[in-house]
Design a protein around this ligand. Structure first.
Ligand code: NDP
Length: 283
């Protein structure tokens, strides 16, 4: 009999409202693993010590959220190619005594597009709103999955242009930048629209990305990375126009599913993890 639990968790600041632990612990329980997922608040100046803690506690992995996704890189032994292209790490896994940085945000998004929306991004024309960490992850994975064309729309010009040049250099994608001046009119040719900004995130739930969907084709898939609330203003607007939508819970579940499998080597109980999140959001 061993009373020793295996430890994983998330480091962030603030982190109390991060629901990942709910789905991971539900997943561990469902497959009979004696694992714990700890939600730990670490201020920026404490990250180095926290990462030493991850090592000495023998933690099996860790998630990183705001503000640690970039800063953590200097405390790792290696970083996977996609995470290097994205420039951020949201998941760390252990290989013996080495800590390896990964990014499962974009992979999670992609899995949701395929599994929940039934869309293959290969050959699709994509518009990504935003140029922060989530946008970089989503755009990089869409490019690697063969998207035909990516347009990055962002308020801040410098950040948007830097993201596009990294995207082209890293993936060879056909990508361009468009500054977000006034309303972004979604063109008839667009197949996939992704809000990867924080517009609409709780508590500013009435905020909406300034987009016009009136010219959109019937088959446009409208995706939101914002998961709190799951039904954002953008998702509501798209549904009202009869368009297909994918909410941020899909990306959240699958990034967790991928992390679960990286850490444990066990197939993740996706339905259990999804339901645990839906329960947490009282859906
Ligand atoms: P960042 O802070 O790195 O980036 C924020 C982005 O939003 C920037 O492009 C910023 O533009 C833009 N933005 C913010 N406010 C406005 C505004 N009022 N008008 C126009 N643009 C705006 O955040 P992240 O990329 O880490 O996260 C973005 C969102 O994605 C968050 O809501 C987060 O919760 C969500 N997310 C969801 C995940 C999931 O699993 N579903 C995983 C990871 C993130 P600018 O450059 O001009 O400032």
């Amino acid at each position: 009999m061993s009373y020793k639990a295996e430890l994983v968790g998330v480091l962030g600041c603030p982190v109390a409202e991060n629901p990942t632990g709910v789905m991971q612990e539900a997943g561990f329980a469902a497959v009979g693993l004696n694992w714990r997922y700890l939600t730990i608040e670490v201020p920026p100046e404490g990250l180095e010590w926290a990462m030493r803690g991850v090592r000495v506690f023998g933690m099996r992995g860790i998630n990183l959220t705001i503000p640690h996704k970039v800063a953590v890189i200097q405390h790792l032994d290696d970083v996977a190619l996609e995470a290097r292209m994205i420039g951020a790490v949201n998941t760390v896994r252990r290989e013996g005594s080495r800590l390896i940085g990964e990014n499962t945000d974009g992979k999670g998004f992609l899995r949701g597009v395929r599994a929940d929306a039934g869309v293959d991004p290969a050959g699709k024309r994509v518009v990504v709103l935003g140029a922060g960490g989530a946008a970089r992850a989503v755009a990089t994975e869409l490019a690697l999955a063969g998207a035909a064309e990516l347009t990055i729309v962002n308020r801040g010009v410098e950040r948007g242009e830097a993201m596009v040049s990294d995207l082209i250099r890293g993936t060879g994608a056909r990508a361009s930048f468009a500054p977000w001046l006034g309303t972004w009119r979604v063109a008839q040719e667009t197949d996939l629209l992704v809000n990867a900004t924080s517009i609409g995130l709780y508590p500013a739930v009435d905020a909406m990305p300034d987009v016009d969907l009136s010219a959109a084709r019937e088959s446009l898939l409208v995706c939101d990375a914002v998961f709190n609330p799951p039904e954002t203003g953008l998702v509501r607007m798209a549904k009202a126009r009869g368009l297909r939508t994918l909410d941020g819970l899909s990306m959240l579940v699958y990034q967790g599913v991928i992390g679960f499998e990286m850490w444990t080597g066990v197939k993740a109980p996706e339905a259990v993890m999804k339901q645990a999140l839906r329960d947490a959001f009282k859906l």
